[in-house]
Each structure stands twice: as C-alpha cells, then as structure tokens.
Write a protein that binds this ligand. Structure first.
Ligand SMILES: [Zn+2]
Length: 378
C-alpha cells in the first residue's frame, strides 16, 4: 500500500529516530516506502548514558565520530535513508540558574539559515509526508524545540517558489505530523499489564509524578508491533546513549505488542483531510503519481490545521487546574496528601483507593526520576 511513497522524519539528534517512530519507519520500509531520517545535529554534546561505556578511551577521544558510526548502524537496522543537516548539538543545559547555550549551537542558529538547509533537503528528496516533534519539542531539550520550529518553517516554505529560490524547485510535502511519544494512557496500560503478570513495573514513579505537558491528541495510530524488535535493535545500535539492560528495556516485548502495539502521531498540518481513526500516514494521498502531482500543484490549501494555539493551551491548563482543585477538595487536603477519610471518596472505589499517582499529578517539583527519564529520552 505504501509502495513508492516517501516519508521524511526530522529529528534533533542521532538516536531520536530510533526512540520516536522507529517501528513505523521499519514498517513502511518493509512495505516498500522510502523513509529519510534527517538528523539536525551530530549529537556531539550528548552525555554517555551507558554506564558500561563511560570510560571507554576510544569513545572519549572522538564522540562525534562514534555517534556518526552509531547512526550508520541504526540506519542499517531500520533500512531507511539518512542525512545530516550539519548543525551542532546544543547540549542539555543543567543547573540553577541554567548556563547559557554554547555559541554556534543549533538552538541559537538563525531560523532562516536552518530552514533553508532543510528546505533544500525537502526539495531534493521530495517527501510526501513529514514527521517532527510538537511545539514543546516532545520533551524540553532546546534542540528538540528548534527541530520543531525548523521542520514547521521548512514544511511551509518548501512549496513556495518565492521562498529560498536558490534551494531547489518548489515541492510541497502534503502532511506533517508530530511524533506521539509517551502518553499517560500508554504508560498506564503497560504499567497495569506488568502488574497483572506479577512483574515489577518500571513506570510506577513516572506515573506517580505524571504532569500533563500539552493538550494535543493523537489523530493517527500506526499498527507496528511486528517492528518493535527492529526498533529496539536500532536503539541499541546507539550504544553510548542506551544501556541495553536499562530503563527502556524492562518491559517484555510480548507485553508491549499485546497492550500497546501502535505508535501514535498527531496531524499538525495537512493539504488533504485527516479522517477520524486514521491508521496510515499516507492516507488520502492516492498513488505515488497522484501524490507527486498534488505536491507540485499551484494554489494548494491547508485543509487540516491541528496545531495547538496559545488559547487552546491556556484552556487545557485551566481545565487541569480546575480538575486538580476539585481533586484537592475531594481529598480534603493538599494535592500531595493521599490520605482519604471522607466518605464521598468511596465513590471512586474503596476509601484510600485513590491512587497516589492521581493525587500527585499536580506536584510542581520535578522528581529525580523524571529528570533522569528526560535525560534518558535524549
Ligand atoms: Zn534528542
């Protein structure tokens, strides 16, 4: 079905392509589509997150080369194409106050310069569909937020002959999606399946400290459980970034496949309608020839705009606050108090059954676990 179609996945660092949407990449490659991964930066400032390789002299001598080699290995596992956009990793600033970003890094580049670089790749490779991160970066790394800005700007400019006229013939990719990532329902489903099997869930603390980040909703579910193993092999190819015995590999594949055998995407902008319950990123584009014709047709208009506006975000925040106040009253204490002694609390189940996770959702302080998880998410 996807034979002859072209998907471009725009990512911030080498390894992001293996942790976000990787099973979808492998699935489309297997179905005869072409997938191009674009890495905006070389990942030069990534920490070595695999304890076993922390002091390896070869790695310490030239981390940039090591990450290029790792990316090559991951690309071979996924069967995709790959290109570097050539910008420099900004690193994840840590400390209080946060240190300034390093001079010349991707996040500080002029948006015109980074956009032109990606427009050039789009006009050369001519993707029908693109993916990138949501406006919050999926997780708050400056390179991920910049990756979103660049991908959206390039999506909007690539088909316009008046923009970057020296960067190739206009080509309008027809849809751009955000990678779904870790949603609360996904975490909960896997967490509960682990407990039901009598296994220890690695997600208990993450769930207990869950904080909603934005109000987005997935529009598109790609059934790709058959490619979870490929996804894991690609991720492990980034040996300095991932400990194969670590956090991300504690849930048996069988449980992941059975409980949440999909990757989710959120349609941000599209020149064709997005149907309810969409299950294919190429849906609505017709044959490759039809999609090619559409991508070069003058006067195309966006028919689906799923971007989150400031107002929608504000509304979602207010709803979350109301919900948290309601819960706080319900619990007869502050939001970190899980002690339940009001009879009406029994409506939710047995007294005391209100899970700590829910009661603590609104905790302002970021726990160490979450910080670690975010780091590992690099
Ligand atoms: Zn990253």
């Amino acid at each position: 079905m996807a034979e002859g179609m072209r998907l471009m996945a725009v990512h911030a660092h080498p390894d992001d392509e293996s942790s976000k949407g990787a099973a979808t990449t492998a699935k489309y490659v297997a179905e005869g589509a072409s997938v191009m991964v674009v890495s905006c930066t070389g990942g030069e400032r990534g920490d070595i997150l695999n304890e076993k390789l922390k002091d390896d002299p070869h790695i310490l001598r030239d981390i940039a080369q090591v990450r290029r080699d790792e990316m090559k290995a991951a690309q071979e596992v996924l069967g995709c194409e790959h290109t570097w956009l050539g910008f420099v990793d900004s690193g994840l600033p840590e400390g209080d106050p946060l240190p300034p970003l390093p001079e010349g890094c991707f996040a500080l580049e002029d948006l015109e310069v980074t956009t032109e670089a990606l427009v050039r790749v789009i006009r050369t490779w001519r993707p029908h569909v693109m993916t990138t991160y949501d406006e919050k970066g999926g997780y708050p790394h400056p390179d991920h937020i910049m990756c979103h800005r660049v991908a959206m700007a390039a999506f909007e400019a690539a088909g316009d002959p008046s923009r970057y006229p020296h960067a190739g013939e206009p080509w309008q990719p027809l849809k751009i999606y955000y990678n779904g990532g870790w949603s609360k329902p996904r975490l909960e489903a896997i967490h509960e399946a682990m407990l039901a099997e009598g296994l220890e869930s690695p997600y208990a603390e993450w769930l207990a400290n869950w904080k909603p980040r934005r109000s987005g909703r997935p529009t598109t579910m790609i059934a790709c459980a058959d490619y979870f193993e490929t996804r894991d092999r690609a991720l492990i190819a980034h040996a300095t970034q991932v400990d194969p015995d670590g956090f991300w590999f504690q849930v048996p594949l069988e449980i992941q496949k059975r409980v949440w055998g999909v990757e989710e995407f959120e349609a941000a902008l599209s020149y064709v309608p997005i149907a309810e319950g969409e299950d294919d990123l190429f849906a609505g584009l017709g044959t490759p020839e039809e999609a090619d014709a559409l991508a070069t047709r003058p006067g195309l208009e966006v028919v689906h705009d799923g971007r989150i506006t400031e107002e929608a975000e504000q509304e979602a925040r207010e709803q979350a606050e109301e919900e948290s106040e309601r819960r706080a009253r319900h619990l007869h204490g502050d939001s970190s108090d899980t002690h339940v002694d009001e009879p009406e609390a029994a409506a939710d189940g047995a007294p005391g059954a209100v899970p700590e996770a829910e009661a603590r959702t609104d905790a302002e302080t970021k726990t160490e676990t979450e910080t670690e998880t975010e780091k590992a998410e690099l």
